[in-house]
Write a protein that binds this ligand. Structure first.
Ligand code: ADP
Length: 319
């Protein structure tokens, strides 16, 4: 392969820029030409495509967001949309494509692969919900953002002796809530993957108060219920003074952490190595600190699982 493309798609994540930089630099190092596709699959269909040189990815490794920008594109879910995308790639003589994004973006890469166009998926999402990789690019930075917020909330919670509900992102995957709750010392963590009992949560809060604990922090993944709904139920069951903090989109932004930059660099470069070998239809990931690749179609068939042992640990440590 002599000419490849790269795009970022779906929800943006800190570290996507570091991944784009790695793809571009690694490809140029191996004397390939690289084209950036702007605005995800929307730009692919409409031909927002431009050649990138080593300088065009300078000064971005430390920036959040994505210089290639991102978009949602319903049209790409149709076969006509996908064929238009392939026609654009062929027009530019592009022979392989690196797609940096979440599980929705992987579906697009899978569709292109099924049409016979070589694509490599790179996991870029704060949700950590891509099958076949222990970590996704952006997850570590988002966790640090949430922990920073929890630490600050803890200060005010203890001053005012309040119960705080912190709503974090995660519609289907509880990884952000679980990891940040564990690292932030939350009393209770609610994730979409685990059952919960509101009466039991309320009793636990009351038992803690009887022991002399004056404040509590509860982390709720948005996929369980909204923080305000949860807070209202807790107030009704306990009578405690409760406040709700919804962290929202701030979790997607910010300077990528060192861990995310390193992961993005390793995964982005490996995606190019696969294309150099003429491989397509693969997704890259990290397992036990080794960079791995696997069939993108098979991977998507397996659901992401939250780490059950970690969930048990969070319960053991928050007694
Ligand atoms: P993320 O990649 O962060 O999960 P989305 O779920 O919004 O974000 O997906 C990003 C884009 O991927 C969508 O806007 C669409 O263009 C494309 N996509 C999603 N699902 C499919 C699908 N089933 N087939 C083809 N393309 C898809």
């Amino acid at each position: 392969m002599k000419r490849i493309g790269v795009l970022t798609s779906g929800g943006d994540a800190p570290g996507m820029n570091a991944a784009v930089r790695a793809v571009v630099r690694k490809a140029i190092y191996h004397e390939m030409e690289v084209f950036g596709v702007y605005q995800g699959y929307h730009g692919l269909i409409t031909g927002k495509i431009k050649q990138l040189d080593r300088g065009s990815v300078g000064d971005i490794i430390h920036r959040g967001g994505t210089m290639l920008r991102s978009a949602r594109c319903l049209e790409f879910k149709t076969i006509e949309g996908q064929k238009q995308g392939i026609a654009q790639l062929e027009k530019y003589g592009i022979e392989g494509l690196v797609v940096i994004g979440g599980d929705g973006s992987y579906m697009g890469a899978k569709a292109l692969t099924e049409h016979g166009f070589p694509c490599i998926g790179v996991p870029g999402t704060i949700d950590n919900d891509i099958p076949g990789t222990e970590f996704t690019i952006g997850f570590d930075t988002a966790l640090n953002t949430v922990i920073d917020a929890i630490d600050k909330i803890r200060d005010t919670a203890s001053s005012h002796e309040r119960t705080f509900i912190v709503e974090v992102m995660g519609r289907h995957a509880g990884d952000i809530a679980l990891w940040s709750g564990l690292a932030g010392g939350a009393e209770t963590i609610l994730i979409p993957e685990a059952p919960y009992d509101m009466n039991e949560i309320a009793s636990k809060l009351k038992r803690s108060q009887e022991r002399g604990k004056k404040h509590s922090i509860i982390v709720v993944a948005e996929g369980v219920m909204t923080g305000s709904k949860f807070g209202a139920i807790i107030e009704e069951l306990t009578g405690f003074d409760t406040r709700v903090s919804v962290l929202g989109h701030m979790q997607r932004g910010g300077t990528p952490s060192a861990a995310d930059r390193v992961l993005a660099s390793r995964l982005g470069a490996y995606a190019v190595e696969l294309l150099l070998q003429g491989k397509g239809g693969r997704a890259v990931g990290i397992e036990q600190n080794k960079i791995v690749d696997y069939d993108i179609i098979e991977a998507l068939a397996k659901p992401h699982k939250v780490d059950q042992r970690m969930y048990e640990l969070s319960q053991e440590l928050s007694i």
